[in-house]
Design a protein around this ligand. Structure first.
Ligand SMILES: [Zn+2]
Length: 237
């Protein structure tokens, strides 16, 4: 360093290639911007205007970012486990490792066909809405709830089902959780099919959804339900 002028003297063992020279120039451009002061080094966090790091500052920073994109947000359902909520959030963002998603990331799969119907391409929307297997599961669940058939074309549509008019808040909360359990259980069946070569029947999946729902609602919902019959008729009451 001479005054404010940075001088670098190179002694190459072999001549750098063209791309190495470009990288070198980029590095010099970055280093040029660094002003070296004759003082002790210190840490600074750019999430806070004063540069100081604290839990309160992180909390404020997260709160400011949290609602910046509501498209990426999901209405949390408290009476089902976090794993189901997070699973649904990933499904909404198209972040599940479907065959189509894996191919998009250049990961080789034998084919991209849905394991249930061997017809459609395995995408998030197909596996939870368009697939005949999923349709059978939804029919069973809607019949249980005494609801008419519902036509969904995407995961986002499924998350609108509980917002139907004329349903009480308690039933909306119930339905939101049941929809998430459905998707989570369908995905579990898909994995069992691929990794354990296990074929699941629609009736067994619907029975599982009711059983998981009962277990979680009884133990995690503040209103709870007293017994199996009350649970099975909760939406009809
Ligand atoms: Zn299918």
């Amino acid at each position: 360093m001479e005054g404010s002028v940075l001088l670098l003297m190179w002694s190459w063992k072999k001549d750098p290639t063209f791309s190495e020279l470009i990288h070198l120039q980029e590095l010099i451009d970055v280093v040029k911007q660094v002003a070296i002061k004759n003082s002790a080094d210190s840490w600074s966090w750019d999430g806070d205007p004063r540069g100081s790091f604290s839990v309160a500052a992180v909390r404020g920073w997260l709160a400011g970012r949290r609602l910046s994109n509501t498209e990426l947000a999901i209405e949390w359902c408290k009476w089902i486990p976090d794993k189901c909520n997070i699973f649904m959030w990933r499904a909404l963002l198209d972040r599940l490792p479907t065959k189509t998603a894996l191919r998009r990331r250049n990961i080789n799969t034998d084919n991209s066909a849905c394991v249930f119907c061997d017809d459609g391409e395995e995408t998030v929307d197909h596996i939870f809405t368009a697939c005949g297997f999923a349709t059978g599961v939804w029919e069973g669940v809607l019949r249980w709830c005494g609801l008419p058939n519902f036509f969904a074309f995407s995961v986002k549509d499924l998350m609108e089902l509980h917002k139907s008019k004329g349903i009480s808040l308690v039933k909306k909360e119930f339905l939101k959780g049941v929809v998430m359990i459905c998707c989570w259980r369908i995905w579990k069946a898909r994995n069992e099919h691929i990794f354990n070569n296990k074929r699941c029947k629609v009736v067994d999946i619907v029975a599982d959804i009711k059983a998981y729902g009962f277990l979680w609602y009884k133990n995690r919902h503040k209103a709870s339900v007293s017994d199996w019959n009350s649970w099975c008729n909760l939406f009809l009451m």
